[in-house]
Design a protein around this ligand. Structure first.
Ligand code: ZN
Length: 172
C-alpha cells in the first residue's frame, strides 16, 4: 500500500503537464512504516509507504537504453532517464526534511499509466521490491489522468501494481 499526500500527487500532475508531450521524471520523498504483524507471516503488504513530497528532475534521456535499432535515440516522448547525480541531490534534499527517497515517478504522455518494457529494463538497478515505488502519471494534452503505483518484483522480471491512496496533506 502506498499513500501519497494530495500536494505530492498534484505536483506530479503539474510536472507531467509542464513537460508534455515529453515524459517528466522525478523522485518520491517520504517514509516507510515498519511491517505490521501480518508481515511476519510473509505478506508483502506489511510495509506501507507514505510519499510526502516530490523532487522533480530533468529528463536526461539521450539514448542510454536502446531496445531496438529502430529506436529514436532522441525522443523523450516515451522514455526517460534518471541521472544518478539527480538521485543523489534528491537524497540530500530528502535528508534535510527527515525523509528518504522511496521511489520515482514519470509520466506517460497520451498513454495509460502502465509500465512499458523499456520501463522494466530501465528500472533494473534503480530499486526493486516493496521498498521502492514506481509511480506513473498518465497525461493527455488537456489534463493529467490516472496516477498508478507499481513495484518491481521477482528480481526485476515484472511490475506488479499496488494500491495507491491519495491522502490529505497534514498541516505543517
Ligand atoms: Zn514509462
Amino acid at each position: 500500500m502506498i499513500q501519497i499526500s494530495d500536494t505530492a500527487a498534484q505536483a506530479i500532475a503539474d510536472h507531467a503537464r509542464r513537460t508534455y508531450p515529453d515524459e517528466c521524471v522525478g523522485l518520491l520523498l517520504g517514509t516507510l512504516s515498519p511491517p505490521t504483524a501480518d508481515a511476519t507471516n510473509g505478506l508483502e503488504t506489511g510495509v506501507s509507504m507514505q510519499i510526502r513530497a516530490v523532487y522533480p528532475v530533468e529528463n536526461r534521456w539521450e539514448g542510454q537504453i536502446t531496445l531496438a535499432d529502430s529506436d529514436d535515440p532522441t525522443s523523450r516522448r516515451d522514455r526517460f532517464y534518471l541521472d544518478p547525480r539527480d538521485y543523489l541531490r534528491a537524497d540530500r534534499a530528502a535528508s534535510q526534511q527527515g525523509l528518504d527517497v522511496i521511489g520515482c515517478y514519470h509520466s506517460h504522455p497520451d498513454s495509460p499509466a502502465t509500465p512499458s518494457e523499456r520501463d522494466r529494463v530501465g528500472a533494473q538497478g534503480v530499486g526493486s521490491g516493496t521498498q521502492f515505488a514506481f509511480l506513473i502519471q498518465s497525461v493527455y494534452a488537456t489534463a493529467a489522468a490516472d496516477l498508478r503505483g507499481w513495484f518491481l518484483r521477482d528480481n526485476g522480471a515484472r511490475f506488479a501494481e499496488t494500491a495507491l491512496a491519495v491522502t490529505p496533506t497534514p498541516d505543517a
